[in-house]
Write a protein that binds this ligand. Structure first.
Ligand code: PMV
Length: 346
């Protein structure tokens, strides 16, 4: 019986494919209380975006491999990218009790490392595909905790709709996970009009940037205190399905994070002059309507995510499209979380 069991195990194909979408934070994660376990200092809230911003990843574990191999968009990944994926796969191997190395193919529908949160969809898809290929059958909560180890924001990309990543307080990370707080169907009228102002890779990675901020910015502690109020405002507005009730808090939150970044030493500057022009345009737009019908937010990059409702979508799209330095504008809906696919990339 033992022999049959091991024969079956040997012939078992350890391969799986998953897809998921990038997310954009309305309340930001910028700072950790534990680096190795990726435990944040504060809760964060995001919307998962639609399939225009997705990653598909296939993982196969095999006895034949000496090293992990990673291909991103059909080309060999850079050594530091392979190292990061390998460290993440070590976490999965440890959970599954296996030693096999893996081949990973990952495909993005958008430029990676352009501040469009490719690490979020990348590690969420990798977590789902690798854990499934390794024979683990994780719940969405467990998947979000696993994805967190690759990239904090990836914990949120496991779910669709509006998602809150709970910081928790335990030292082992057992109460630190992401959960859906509102399903995508509830946000059918919400639009994220994205303006790409620079599609090149970002200069400062988020992990080292956060450390730099905590170490050197005198504004950081004030940020941690003030984020609580904005978190509550945004969460309550989301639960009510009321976009206007959260738009000012979204913009203040983005400004607050980028202010602490600028206050860091050496300063961390993700926004460019076009980002600031967009901030002006959105504020003017709201002034013209006499209410906050649009809200901008920026992650660790200069590209603007302007949230608004379908009623104002075209007007906002045309404003951003009309700016000479904007490379591309796309309009995105609220989308789904992780899905397992039958069709593999290789
Ligand atoms: O998940 P990371 O390590 O790429 O960090 C993400 C940090 C921000 O995008 C700036 C904010 C966030 O909450 O997504």
């Amino acid at each position: 019986y033992q022999n049959i069991k091991s024969l079956l195990f040997i012939s078992l194909i350890m391969k799986a494919t998953a897809t998921t979408n990038a997310n954009i934070a309305l309340i930001k994660y910028w700072g950790r209380r534990n680096d190795e376990l990726v435990l944040p200092t504060n809760n964060s809230i995001s919307f998962t975006m639609d399939d225009q911003l997705k990653t598909i990843t296939t993982v196969e574990f095999s006895d034949k491999l000496q090293h992990d191999q990673l291909y991103i968009d059909e080309t060999h990944a850079k050594p530091h990218e392979v190292e990061r994926a390998s460290a993440f796969l070590d976490v999965v191997r440890k959970m599954a009790g296996i030693k096999k190395k893996a081949v990973v193919h990952s495909q993005n529908s958008f430029p990676k490392s352009a501040g469009l949160a490719s690490s979020a969809s990348a590690f969420a898809a990798l977590a789902a595909a690798a854990s499934k290929a390794a024979g683990l059958n994780l719940s969405e909560k467990e998947l979000s905790m696993l994805a967190r180890r690759g990239s904090g924001s990836a914990s949120r990309s496991i779910h669709g709709g509006a998602v809150e990543w709970v910081a928790g307080s335990s030292n082992d990370g057992s109460d630190c996970y992401a959960k859906q707080i509102s399903p995508p169907e509830k946000w059918a009228n919400l639009r994220n009009v994205i303006a790409i102002t620079n599609s090149h890779e970002k200069k400062v990675g988020s992990a080292s940037g956060m450390k730099q901020t905590i170490k050197s910015s005198s504004l950081y502690l004030a940020r941690v205190k003030s984020v609580e109020g904005r978190l509550e405002t945004v969460r309550n507005a989301i639960l009510k399905g009321d976009f206007e009730a959260m738009s000012d808090a979204i913009m203040q939150e983005s400004n607050n994070m980028h202010a602490t970044m600028l206050d860091s030493w050496p300063p961390i500057v993700y926004l460019n002059s076009t980002s600031f022009e967009i901030i002006d345009k959105v504020l003017d737009f709201n002034l013209r309507y006499g209410k906050s019908v649009a809200a901008y937010t920026f992650d660790a990059g200069p590209n603007a995510h302007v949230y608004t409702t379908s009623k104002y979508e075209k007007e906002m799209f045309d404003i951003l499209q009309g700016m000479s330095k904007v490379e591309k504008v796309m309009s995105c809906k609220v989308g789904n979380g992780v899905r397992i696919l039958d069709k593999h990339l290789f």
